[in-house]
Design a protein around this ligand. Sequence first.
Ligand code: CA
Length: 301
Amino acid sequence: MSSLPSSPLEVAVPPVGADGQRTVLGEGPVWVVRDQVLLWVDIKGQKLHVHDPSRQSNVQFALSHLPGCVAPRAQGGAVVALSNGFGVVDYSTGAVQWWVDPEHDKPENRFNDGACDPKGRFFAGTLQLEERDPHCGALYCLEQDHSVRKVLDHCTIPNGIVWSLDGAKLYFIDTPTRGVDVFDYDVESGAMTNRTTVIKVPEELGHPDGMTIDAEGMLWVAHWGGGCVTRWDPRQGSMISKVVVPVSKVTSCAFGGKDLEHLYISTASVDTDTIAEPLAGALFILKTPGVRGRPEPEFAG
Ligand code: CA
């Protein structure tokens, strides 16, 4: 394993914004190729962030419900999973239009991480707000016609979800398992089968949280409580490299930039001593991860 200690990790968005509020649970960065902006959320701060590196700006929109994740939408705007269900958000205004709530009978749950499959279906998982009891969440698929299927039950903290470059594999993290699981994936039907564990994260690296994939098919995993992002070969289950982040709670990562040549890394400040970790809650950028990303699939509905 090689580590990248000399890699120039920079702060892209400082932890305290113009409103003087520190990002509580910065999460879910995703690059929108069409607009060349990075969308990310502050789940517990209940905000959508739009970072435009060309203008060096980061605009925040307060939302009426807790956002779990967003993904670009082919028709414009972004599909969003909020604590009250799926909808679309206009990220130039912050206006949300709700579509459907598959867990309207479970007010104790909220949506968490999610992403689109290669056909433009949107997947997102739910967890218990208080994270008290295990197995209370599920993974849902929002189809292009806005109907919803439950695709996996008994999830505890569903997080990183990403498809292999050919779409034939789905990689998924349920954080307390400390592993990355893989399913065989049928892109035409959206069926996921044959779950196995491909990566086991060592205890000293904390818990796996968000995840993305690069143009070589390798996985990049953010480590909650581990202060790093790691790159893995999912075929071998082996770690290739590690990027140290000066914040213990590293939540997710996403490639961005004109050629998807940078890696953005989100962090959290919740339950953190911000004297000891002054950058907790910042969005970081690794300008030279040494590999490019691939464009994030857009929601097709
Ligand atoms: Ca997460």
